[in-house]
Design a protein around this ligand. Structure first.
Ligand code: NCD
Length: 472
């Protein structure tokens, strides 16, 4: 029987298991004070390299309520990592005899995947850089289903910083899987990353079309809007009447939920801060008074800044404090399962561990290069890619999921690098394969560029720098 070992991505859970966790959470919330005993003798370690209030404290509260104990390092920058200790060593020690479960928040994408690889005990991803935050998604879905009665067929708008919000990425995958329609309203410059859009399309048949930027004056002038409908592509402008900012065209008959996020400006670097973003969307009572929003619930993972007006807090459509409150029973349910204290009835629906495709260990050739990917920063982490396509060679880093395109391939021990589409390329056994980003990388590794294509080599080399990364 399949066992849930870790929770790294929302894709580690089937829809059935998510529903089962909700059922257990219902039971837990009935007896928040009486479930003591379920995890007696267990110790949770909360290891946070980034700030947190809700996620860390709700995990800790959940463990106390289950009857276990907690050890915590809330500011790992004050720990031995500031002396240069690696994530792998830290996890081996903490998951050795100190704790039975690790909740990890880290600033690098893919950090929880690396931690899980070195840990003897379950690892729960409490946010890895801008990548994923699966337990927040459980709280979000649980709340949404409670309020709306179902998830299938809901229309949910995701607003604000769609580029760096890990809560948005995990939620978008889950909503697409449950058959909700997504409307993306990114702040300018903070659009959903290409790698997320491609995953939505390839994994869930969600075919996104970016539409023209349109004025939506009072919400966010000059926002880009993308309308995504799983299995049903659309190419339509959402906001057709800039002079009537509260009027949406009839296409969007209803908006069931508006999920807002704050500007994740701790990740912006040269982009600046929220104060430098002129058109960040804001939801306030005036905006919500349109009849179209009568039944629209407003959600936010918190913390908020100005993107949700405090004047909305008493509005029954505002759910953000309920999302936070439900974090405790949801995390109680999840930990009881991961610690083996409860057995999943839906274990046979657990998906195979991610990544699922054929893997390419990029020892030589293509490297991830995404600057906040754990494989780029922690130098003992071996590069590893999932092969998405062979012509062209499209690879996805298993840690941060950014994609790379390989234009030349060669064989270990060989001397010639062939263009990716050449028949010779297809004959190389996967175990011997080396994928190069371009001709210059192959030449630097000592390979001769196939004579057939040497004219194209320099051209490809120039093009690949524009095409190789997904730019997010
Ligand atoms: C979120 C996070 O850390 O990604 N917070 C949370 O866990 N509730 C959202 C955020 O920080 O904006």
């Amino acid at each position: 029987m399949a066992v849930l070992r870790h929770l790294i991505s929302i894709d580690d859970l089937s829809n059935e298991t998510i529903r089962e966790i909700f059922r257990i959470a219902d039971e837990m919330s009935k007896g928040l004070r009486t479930t003591k005993g379920l995890a007696t003798g267990n110790i949770l370690a909360t290891i946070f390299y980034e700030p947190s209030t809700r996620t860390r404290l709700s995990f800790e509260s959940a463990m106390w309520r289950l009857g276990g104990g907690v050890i915590s390092c809330a500011n790992m920058r004050d720990s031995s990592s500031s002396k240069g200790e690696s994530l792998a060593d830290m996890v081996r020690v903490v998951g050795g005899s100190y704790a039975d479960c690790i909740v990890l928040r880290h600033d690098l994408e893919g950090a929880s995947r690396v931690a899980a690889a070195y840990s003897n005990v379950p690892v729960i991803n409490a946010g890895d850089g801008s990548h994923e935050h699966p337990t927040q998604t459980l709280c979000d879905l649980y709340t949404l289903e409670k309020e709306k009665g179902h998830l299938e067929g809901l229309t949910v708008t995701l607003c604000g910083d769609l580029r760096f919000s890990r809560t948005i990425h995990s939620l978008a995958y889950a909503l697409a899987r449950f058959g909700a329609d997504l409307v993306l309203i990114p702040a300018p410059g903070l659009e959903m990353p290409e790698y997320v859009l491609r995953a939505l399309q390839s994994r869930y048949g969600c075919q996104p079309d970016r539409v023209e930027a349109s004025e939506f004056r009072q919400l966010a002038p000059s926002v880009d809007a993308v309308y995504l409908t799983p299995n049903r592509p659309h190419q339509l402008s959402l906001f057709t009447k800039p002079s009537e900012p509260h009027h949406l065209p009839d296409l969007v008959k209803k908006i069931d939920a508006l999920y807002m996020t704050r500007a994740q400006d701790e990740r912006y670097g040269a982009l600046g801060t929220q104060a430098d973003l002129p058109h960040y969307p804001v939801v306030d009572p005036a905006f919500l008074q349109s009849p179209r929003f009568r039944d629209t619930v407003v959600m936010h993972p918190l913390p908020r800044r100005k993107e949700i007006s405090y004047d909305l807090d008493r509005d029954p459509r505002s759910l953000y404090f309920k999302q936070a409150e439900r974090g405790v029973p949801i995390r109680m349910a999840l930990m009881a399962v991961l610690l083996g204290r409860l057995t999943l009835e839906t274990a046979d629906t657990l998906p195979p561990p991610t990544p699922r495709g054929e893997l390419y260990p990029g020892k030589l050739g293509v490297q991830c290069g995404h600057e906040t990917c754990v494989s780029h920063v922690e130098d003992y982490v071996p590069p590893l890619f999932e092969i998405l396509e062979r012509n062209p060679w499209r690879l996805r880093c298993v840690y941060c999921e950014r994609e790379k395109v390989g234009r030349y391939v060669a064989s270990v021990g060989g001397r010639v690098a062939h263009p990716g589409q050449a028949p010779e390329a297809r004959r190389i056994k996967p175990a011997n394969l080396i994928v190069f980003e371009d001709a210059s990388q192959a030449a630097a590794a000592g390979y001769t560029i196939s004579a057939k294509d040497s004219d194209a080599a320099s051209r490809d080399s120039e093009e690949s720098s524009a095409m190789g990364d997904d730019g997010s």
